[in-house]
Design a protein around this ligand. Structure first.
Ligand code: NAP
Length: 226
């Protein structure tokens, strides 16, 4: 598959490396290629400069948001939550038509520090906003409720967590679930259509709040049935 990724942060890079190492062609997109390549210091989250990361991941191409979106048969959204619609506009909405668009974003507000605030309300989740913004795309909310390192390495010491998804297109959800299973995810919890994104975004808040309260970043979720 050709995978286009919008976002050069921890999520974009982690998933880019995983897709590339599992037989896919990957282009990761940024607002300004030169700026991204010229950074020499880690960002506030400690993510190393892109150029350093690229040395170990030479098979991942770097382009603009538009180039990455055009390139991708499947597009992953991995931008800071509230700017995602802006990133889509920069990438060109037409480049998303009829494609599977995986939305890993969360509606976080760091303006008052950490833990972050939550910027959406019921019925207006980021997943829904994004699907409404690109109605011709098949948006699948996935990967958002766990840390980037867990997305590609799900097995925990305490067992196998579930892969939580939502979206309107059944085939798109199956395709992304199949990819996740090939990465080691066992159970899939399909919550339903894209409006269920709201609950996946709140699930991410549980992960984040628990993380800050206990300085714990390895947890993941499982739905247990009798
Ligand atoms: N980090 C995690 O473990 C984790 C886990 C689950 C979900 N998430 C969610 O996944 C998304 C990505 O998280 P992240 O930590 O990888 O990266 P991030 O720091 O939240 O976002 C990085 C990306 O956002 C883009 N961006 C920033 N401001 C922008 C603007 N005004 N317009 C367009 N694009 C802009 C940046 O573009 P440039 O490349 O041009 O700078 C960069 O590529 C977020 O929504 C986050 O909440 C993160």
């Amino acid at each position: 598959l050709k995978i286009g990724i919008l976002g050069t942060g921890g999520v974009g890079r982690t998933l880019a490396a995983k897709f590339a190492s599992t037989g896919n062609e990957v282009m990761i997109g940024t607002r300004n290629v030169e700026d991204t390549l010229s950074k020499t210091n880690p960002d506030a989250m400690g993510t190393p400069p892109f150029k350093e990361w690229q040395k170990q991941n030479q098979q991942v191409k770097l382009g603009t948001f538009a180039e990455a979106a055009k390139f991708g048969e499947v597009i992953l959204l991995a931008t800071f939550g509230d700017v995602t619609k802006n990133a889509i506009d920069l990438a060109g909405k037409d480049n998303f038509s009829n494609k599977i668009v995986v939305d890993s974003t969360n509606p976080l507000d760091f303006s008052k520090g950490v833990p972050p605030g939550f910027t959406v309300t019921l019925g207006n989740s980021l997943g829904e906003q994004i699907q409404n913004h690109i109605p011709g795309a098949k948006v699948v909310k996935a990967f958002n409720s766990i840390g980037a390192h867990i997305m590609v390495s799900p097995k925990r010491e305490e067992g196998d967590p579930d892969f939580f998804i939502a979206g309107n297109d059944e085939e798109a959800k199956k395709k992304i679930s199949d990819i996740a299973k090939s990465w080691g995810w066992q159970g899939v919890v399909d919550l339903g259509n894209i409006s269920m994104s709201y609950w996946l975004e709140t699930l991410a808040m549980i992960w984040i709040y628990y993380g800050f309260k206990y300085n714990s970043w390895t947890q993941a979720f499982k739905l247990l049935k009798k």
